[in-house]
Design a protein around this ligand. Structure first.
Ligand SMILES: Nc1ncnc2c1ncn2[C@@H]1O[C@H](COP(=O)(O)OP(=O)(O)OP(=O)(O)O)[C@@H](O)[C@H]1O
Ligand SMILES: [Mg+2]
Length: 383
């Protein structure tokens, strides 16, 4: 795997976060005996990697502990005793707890004890620094925060690797990989790798979830993580995915209570989208994935049947090119009117009327699609 092959071998090779690496080094040197450090930050930013490389460079042994070790406190005592022997090569030891979040609350008590008694510095990595479980432990720790790797340095890194590996690619594709990786080096390398297996831009599009696959995953899975991944990998906007879900829930779910739950989540999404537009409250956007997960979890059991998912009605009526134009118009309207795109659809008739009566002016192409759309919508309402 590329993430193994191109794993930095020295701290100097680590992308970004050099200040953090320096701080960890300094902290370890200062805390030879005891003390605890929490490292936190986004996935794939090099947290685990940094601790391993720093320990190696400073010639410390890493005593790795995980959630399992803390299930039985006796283990910890034994381990500390056996680690008392001095190694000839190393300058000292560091107790390293990666993923401290996954330690149970009783295990965390043992960690607490360990922090009090340990003759060695304790370095931990925490995913969710705001977790309530960690409130007490946090008080005893110093904290170092990692950041996402910035796009230009990730871009340079991928370019170099693509060249070395002879992966056929171009700036547009690489940019896309970098943008969707969200600063996660591991994710970017994995995407590059799937590209090397399926060369060519078109194939990269295949690697991206097609909308049918996205909908299929969301409606079939009961695992929230799968929903998150499907959303992340989709090349469609959240708005569009929600429209598709709205259209297809009734094809997948059969029980009344399942449908009720799913439609309730949908209506909450619409409320949020409207609020986002009204108040420009973009931060609310982050609640939508959770509601999509609620839709996935609305079913009691997974349905094994094959479902022929359909595009949302107006996409179906218009075909791809026109629906794109309509979508763009709705986007403009939603910004202008501060409503969600879906609500904007309800205003199409009104806006068409205002345009006809020359109360408002819009450009020619929008006018065309608007009149066509309102004509179509009327036709549907009549049948
Ligand atoms: N800053 C970085 N510079 C270079 N490579 C990196 C960097 N961060 C991550 N990688 C690559 O990604 C892989 C995973 O990194 P690492 O395990 O350190 O991530 P992490 O921050 O601990 O993520 P997680 O929160 O998922 O555990 C590394 O083996 C390396 O190949
Ligand atoms: Mg890690």
């Amino acid at each position: 795997m590329l993430s193994k092959k191109y794993k930095p071998r020295t701290t100097e090779e680590i992308l970004g976060n050099q200040k953090q690496v320096f701080e960890i080094k300094k902290w370890i040197k200062k805390n030879k005996k005891g003390g605890a450090l929490i490292i936190t930050g986004p996935p794939g930013s090099g947290k685990t990697l940094s601790v391993e490389l720093i320990a190696r460079e400073l010639k410390y042994d890493l005593i790795k502990l995980d959630a399992g070790d803390f299930r039985n406190p006796e283990n910890i005592k034994k381990l500390l005793l056996s680690s008392q022997q001095k190694s000839l090569m190393s300058k000292g030891k560091i107790i390293f707890i990666d993923e401290l979040d996954s330690v149970s609350s009783s295990g965390l008590k043992a960690v607490h004890e360990l922090i009090k008694q340990s003759p060695y510095p304790i370095v931990t990595i925490v995913d969710d620094i705001y977790s309530r479980k960690l409130v007490n432990i946090k008080k005893k720790c110093d904290i170092v925060k990692f950041y996402k790797i910035r796009q230009p340095s990730l871009m340079k890194f991928l370019k170099k690797i693509a060249e070395k590996e002879g992966i056929r690619t171009n700036d547009i594709i690489l940019k896309k990989i970098v943008a969707t990786s969200n600063g996660d080096v591991r994710a970017a390398l994995n995407d590059l790798e799937s590209l090397s297996v399926n060369p060519g831009e078109d194939n990269y599009r295949d690697v991206e979830n097609k909308i049918f696959e996205t909908i299929n995953v969301i409606l079939k899975t009961k695992n929230p993580e799968n929903v998150r991944i499907a959303l992340k990998n989709s090349n469609k906007t959240l708005d569009e995915i929600v429209w598709w879900l709205e259209e297809n829930i009734k094809r997948e779910y059969e029980k009344k209570e399942e449908l009720a739950k799913a439609y309730d989540a949908l209506s909450r999404i619409d409320i949020i989208q409207t609020r986002i537009m009204k108040r420009q409250a973009w931060s609310l956007q982050s609640y939508i994935p959770d509601l999509v997960i609620t839709i996935a979890l609305s079913k009691n059991e997974k349905y094994k049947k094959f479902v022929n998912y359909s595009p949302p009605t107006f996409f179906l009526m218009y075909g791809k090119r026109k629906s794109k134009k309509l979508d763009a118009l709705l986007e403009k309207m939603s910004k202008e009117l501060h409503v969600s795109k879906k609500t904007a659809m309800n205003y199409l008739n009104l806006v068409a009327m205002l345009v006809k009566n020359k109360v408002i002016k819009i450009d020619k192409e929008d006018k065309h699609i608007l009149f066509e759309a309102t004509g179509q919508i009327k036709r549907i309402n009549h049948t």
